[in-house]
Design a protein around this ligand. Sequence first.
Ligand code: VG1
Ligand code: CO
Length: 564
Amino acid sequence: MSLTSVVVPTTPFEGQKPGTSGLRKKVKVFMEKHYTENFVQCIFDALGEDKVKGSTLIVGGDGRYFSKQAINIIIRLASANGVAKLIIGQLGILSTPAVSNLIRQLNVLGGIVLTASHNPGGIRHDFGIKYNIENGGPAPDHVTDAIYEHTKNIKEYRTTPKLETDRLIDVLGTYTFNVDGKDFVVEVIDPSIEYVALMRDIFDFHKLRALIRGTDTKPPFNVLIDSMNGVTGVYVRRIFVEELGASPDSNVRRIVPLDNFGEIHPDPNLTYAKDLVDKVKDNCEYHLGAAFDGDGDRNMIIGKHAFFVTPSDSLAVLANNLECIPYFQKNGVHGFARSMPTAAAVDRVAEKLGKEMFEVPTGWKYFGNLMDAGRLSLCGEESFGTGSDHIREKDGIWAVLAWLSIIEHKNMSVEDILKEHWHTYGRNYFTRYDYEECDTDAANLMMHHVEQLIGCSSFVGKTYTSSGKSYTVRKADNFSYVDPIDNSVAKKSVRVLFEDGSRLIYRLSGTGSSGATIRIYIDSYEKDNVLSEAQDTLKPLVEIGLEISQIKKFTGRDAPTVIT
Ligand code: VG1
Ligand code: CO
């Protein structure tokens, strides 16, 4: 049967501006009549007819509530906008790293990722839509800006209302429709095949299996992998259980993706993954614990007795040991990169190994150009993101496999690897204070206050003292980044640098769905004092950070929502 597309008149919605990683709003906002349609049409409009007509796109996400409805909308709009083919994960499931990989492997125009990542899901919580470009990475600012411009002026969208989408994505297969006289194909794929093949190619699965199962001479290395009811469950089962021989009962948990993540916050940190931390702390059988976020791009690593590895340290340790991973033996190690607020532990490794080092704004989209130019192999963010140039997104499962490869190679525990690293390089103590859902005006006023303060001529050189420790300001600015490949400029976060190398950074989150989240990043480097408690060591600097920002005065908050 031949189907005909129609044009539906619509009017713009305010606030459809993609943030750090796509558009994120409450589910009920995406449910408003025309809301999702408008945004999807604006993605097509921003790409332009020439690119969209005859193209293939990947579609999938973390399976959170409203994913299926959104996919049905995308199918109808794509068909009406002249897209030739959509490749969709079965039941709408594809992790963010898996989408990035598929875009690259299948050489398609891009992908639409349906996730609000680490934000909670379910009817009362968040949904999100993100567009990834042909290199597999999140759309850069100039693309998201173009999408946003379209959302402000949209007058109509195209859809094929009679295209029957009911249960279409439930069953694997290829379905061909005729829309406006042209073939339109929906291919429903297994979400894990290509991704598992990629991991098998990067790592030595034989060695990892021997590590996890144990051998005649070595006991099993016991892991506890927690998918937090997010999308990684699908991949954890295939990789850790089926390929590497982990026990489905005692080595993995929460591996069935739920559309509300079981009402937890699918964010792998010490606060929201406390359940895992407690299990590893209480059971000395476990040598490593790991957790992922909803869409599978973040990871948290803990060692025996829940020894915590900060993401900044994790990046540095990986950088220092990449040569034990087959992928890097084959492709070589180019430069390293981190987001600006990430502590500079990896910089010391880069220096020692003679590698180029880049510092970019917050958000994975800033790493893509450097990778495409062959200058970047490994990068990370303090927000539990780690990844390499195997794809253009951060990759939680990759990070855990990389850690296991290092553990296998060095035959050392997580804690001993860290301690050895700190003794060689010194230690960057790091903590982040998040104040979630603050009043937006109050948060803006606070940021304004900090900007004013650092702009004063007397600010540089000023000494702050707290708990007997003094810090003198060496430099303060609004961090601005000029992309070395395309020269685009991004300005985002206020930073205060002290003479001893310690830093305070203030920025507003770009991933929240309501109100404003203030982030204060605090870090300090110690050459010899490497075995203290991070929160104790950083206490004086934290206090100075609070004093400079006057956060309590502006927001009324006297404690952060989350400390990482
Ligand atoms: C946060 C993190 C940032 C990360 C982004 C997306 O952004 O700070 O490092 O890239 O989330 O991660 P913001 O603007 O809220 O600070 V994910 O796993 O939510 O896609
Ligand atoms: Co994520």
